[in-house]
Write a protein that binds this ligand. Structure first.
Ligand code: PLP
Length: 288
């Protein structure tokens, strides 16, 4: 049994109840975050909470809470350790189904934890490279909002899985955007290239860290438009997300990428993540 957080109360998951008229359930009218905690400490927590504020503001859900305190208490109540915290804020419940909403509503705030592996302890040799397919991006026009309206993402992910792939890289107006739950990078001639921020992609917290680490280490990067041909011709392809860090993609649409093995720049970036994580956990860095 897990302890979850629901509207100000910590309680067993089996006892948590949400109204059938909650707009998160009826309309997907809600936003969310997934935040890893290692040894009970949030990893890039502040950046996740900043993005939560961005999503809440964008959809005009008014909710100000001591997020860090709530999530830390939830993690502690679930025994600390290595956990990913899912946090969802929906616009709330009006006791009826109506598209229109009142500006002032009591949002539904729900959070729970799931155990995760400490990927940084495992090291790069234990990272499973993945295969991907490329599909049309069928999502709406505000992909910068971390909304729970994920049906287009799950449909194309399912298509990828049916083809023996682990991720679908999405293409919109001839340009690559991102994966269904990850940001995308290609490496060519030792330069990391990734689609620029905007309403076509989610501003990934891991993406931000990749670019910060590249900057710090003098690794060149570009935020630019990328198309299908550039993807297939890349030396390396990576995806990134909070619970997986950076993962090498070794095959796209059945075509081998580079040597067909995780590339040297990926290995270097993964090692930088491990060192960054280690510095956090041992208190050598204040960033959490
Ligand atoms: N892009 C999409 C569509 C996502 O859903 C996610 C994470 O779930 C990401 C990118 C990666 O974001 P982050 O690094 O903040 O986990």
């Amino acid at each position: 049994m897990n302890i979850v957080y629901l509207n100000g109360v910590f309680l067993p998951d089996t006892e948590a109840r949400i109204s059938v008229f909650d707009r998160g359930f009826l309309f997907g009218d809600s936003v969310y975050e997934v935040i890893p905690f290692y040894q009970g400490r949030g990893f890039r927590l502040e950046q996740h909470l900043q993005r939560l504020q961005h999503s809440l503001r964008a959809v005009r859900i008014h909710c100000e809470l001591d997020w860090a305190d709530i999530l830390q208490a939830l993690v502690t109540q679930n025994g600390g350790g290595n956990l990913s915290v899912y946090l969802q804020v929906s616009r709330g419940d009006t006791g009826e189904r109506s598209h229109a909403f009142d500006e002032i509503m009591a949002p539904t705030v729900f959070a729970f934890c799931q155990p995760i592996r400490d990927i940084y302890q495992a090291g790069p040799d234990l990272v499973e490279p993945v295969r991907a397919i490329v599909t049309a991006d069928m999502r709406g026009h505000r992909c910068d909002i971390k909304s729970t309206c994920l049906q287009p993402n799950i449909m194309v992910l399912q298509q990828a899985r049916a083809q023996g792939a682990a991720e679908a890289l999405q293409l919109r107006n001839g340009l690559l955007t991102e994966g269904t739950s990850s940001n995308l990078y290609i490496v060519r001639q030792n330069v990391i290239c990734t689609p620029r921020l905007g309403s076509d992609i989610l501003g990934g917290v891991t993406r931000q860290l990749v670019l910060e680490l590249a900057d710090r280490e003098g690794i060149q990067y570009q935020e630019i438009d990328l198309d299908y041909e550039q993807l297939l011709a890349a030396d390396e392809v990576w995806i990134s997300s909070s619970t997986r860090a950076v993962v090498p993609v070794i095959e796209v649409d059945g075509e081998r990428i580079g040597t067909g093995q995780p590339g040297p720049l990926w290995r270097r970036m993964y090692q930088l993540f491990i060192e960054f994580h280690h510095a956090l956990m041992t208190g050598q860095s204040k960033d959490v």
